[in-house]
Ligand binder design. Structure first.
Ligand SMILES: [Zn+2]
Length: 286
């Protein structure tokens, strides 16, 4: 029992009881963070400037949806970097003439990507394919098509790339909170079959972390009305249909992964989905 067993199923997440800002115990309207166990009074968040004006209502609304809301610690992926990592990132920005706190256009973004590629061992900049990939990442960082990427979103993206580059997988896994592990576990159980999950479902799950706003009409529901005769819905016919299983198609690319592999392959995207911003800070493949 207790924490640290490595079994997400028996871990119970208990939110803190006191507001993280005023440290007062109160049962009334505290916002839980969806990532960590901190809770907050909305008044305290406003007083500290963590939410401002119009965004207050939006925060209240999101905090009570299934998606939830990330507190100011969890919202900022840059805080995951060590001092050395932060120093290295700042140095790269200086060398590539990226001006902190300014938004970036596609041109700025691609120029930066080319420069950082050149700084590596390769003596050439991005290939055409890599450039296209960078352009897709830019679009993901600019979901409202404003033509620029906000500085905090860019910083979050660069912080993730650095984590991905420098940290071993085990160290990334340690960054996950109990809440994040539990959500990943629930997704694994819901999308997988038994103790494994197909690679296709794994990719779908990676995309699903970024559904931060509840969508009105999920397009994933499969319409079955056209499959057979509508009038015939007797249990006998449906059971005979399910027994008559087609042999499993042997697709060459189908690969199944277990829970530890699923978590390892998902960890960077789970972290990437922490910020409240609707930008996708690290676009999953596919
Ligand atoms: Zn938090």
């Amino acid at each position: 029992m207790g924490f640290g067993t490595g079994l997400p199923s028996d871990a119970q997440v208990v939110n803190d009881e006191m507001c993280d800002v005023c440290e007062v115990w109160t049962a009334e309207s505290l916002f839980p963070c969806r990532v960590c166990t901190r809770v907050f009074h909305d008044g305290c968040l406003r007083r500290m400037g963590y939410i401002q004006g119009d965004s207050a209502a939006e925060v209240t609304e999101t905090a009570h949806t299934e998606t939830g809301w990330s507190c100011h610690y969890c919202d900022n992926l840059n805080l995951l970097l060590t001092e050395e990592e932060m120093y290295s990132l700042t140095e790269t920005f200086q060398q590539c003439k990226v001006i902190p706190d300014c938004s970036l256009t596609l041109e700025d973004f691609l120029r930066y990507r080319h420069q950082t590629a050149k700084r590596g061992n390769s003596d050439r900049a991005l290939s055409e394919e890599q450039e296209e990939q960078a352009a897709r990442q830019f679009a993901a960082l600019d979901p409202e098509h404003r033509g620029h990427v906000e500085w905090p979103d860019f910083l979050s993206h660069e912080s993730l790339l650095l984590l991905q580059q420098l940290r071993p997988q085990n160290s990334l896994l340690r960054l996950l909170t109990v809440k994040e592990r539990e959500r990943a576990r629930a997704t694994f159980l819901a999308r997988g079959s038994g103790s494994t999950i197909s690679e296709a479902e794994c990719h779908r799950a990676q995309h699903s972390w970024f559904c931060k706003r509840p969508t009105e009409a999920p397009s994933c529901s499969v319409s079955v009305s056209h499959v057979g005769p509508i009038a015939d819905s007797s249990p006998a016919s449906s059971s005979s249909k399910s027994q008559d299983k087609a042999p499993l198609p042997t697709e060459p690319e189908s690969r199944f992964v277990d829970w530890p592999t699923f978590l390892q392959e998902s960890v960077i995207y789970i972290l990437a989905a922490r910020p409240n911003s609707s930008a996708i800070h690290l676009k999953p493949p596919g």
